[in-house]
Design a protein around this ligand. Structure first.
Ligand code: DX5
Ligand code: ZN
Length: 221
């Protein structure tokens, strides 16, 4: 198993968006993680359609869209036009999530769900056969730089067990540090959203850090 490394673009400065995307593109990451918000489901805003188009124009890497908004189904066609490859919805934000997930797949995009810290696996169990990705929030959604919530970990362990019956990838989003990544990797998690703790605002460049992350995974195999 290879690690799935997904830098969160919420950590980028808009001033150098194009240059930063090119740097990330060449750093060896797998998927660019784009957070979008409506100021209602969470009290914040993320990338605009225009910025996402700039991202798409400067990389051929897959783009995942983390939709922190009410009724995300209203927007999936517009985001599809921006060249998104994976769409994550919060099932608690949509009255009929199964329909939205099916529409995402019909558009040729990988559907995914997001499980907030306070949402149980039981409450979303019916959705597991319908998705290619499950994003587990280890912070409450809406802001970059929050601290990892360790009490979510038993749920992550149960999800690894459940996944044996399905096909989906598991990705962890929020406050991931080197230590947490290593621990969860050893528990069978392959996907990590990378934020300030590992990738952004560090002295070393993206490429050097990503090489180190990959090396770590060889160690524990
Ligand atoms: C939080 C977002 C995350 C966040 C990750 O609501 O979903 O993607 O930006 O970055 P860190 O781990 O630095 O908070
Ligand atoms: Zn996110």
């Amino acid at each position: 198993m290879e690690k799935l490394l997904c830098p969160s673009l919420l950590n980028l400065s808009d001033d150098y968006l194009k240059d930063e995307i090119i740097r990330l593109d060449q750093s060896g990451v797998d998927i660019l993680h784009i957070d979008v918000m409506d100021g209602e489901y969470v009290p914040n805003f993320g990338m605009s359609f225009q910025e996402i188009k700039t991202v798409r124009a400067n990389t051929s890497l897959p783009l995942d869209l983390h939709m922190m908004m009410k009724n995300p189904g209203r927007y999936i066609r517009r985001y599809a036009e921006c060249g998104i490859n994976i769409m994550y919805i919060h099932p608690d934000s949509e009255p009929i999530p199964t329909e939205t997930l099916a529409e995402i797949r019909e558009l040729g995009i990988h559907p995914g769900i997001v499980i907030n810290p306070g949402i149980s696996l039981e409450s979303v169990a019916e959705l597991f056969p319908l998705v290619d990705y499950v994003l587990v929030m280890t912070v409450n959604p809406g802001f970059a730089g929050r601290d990892y919530l360790p009490w979510v970990e038993p749920k992550i362990e149960r999800l690894v067990e459940i996944r044996k019956k399905y096909q989906f990838h598991i990705v962890i989003d929020g406050g991931v540090t080197w230590e947490i990544m290593e621990r969860l990797w050893n528990k069978g998690i392959e996907g990590f959203v990378l934020g300030k703790q590992i990738l952004f605002g560090q002295e070393e460049d993206y490429k050097t850090i990503i090489k180190k992350v990959r090396k770590h995974s060889n160690f524990s195999c």
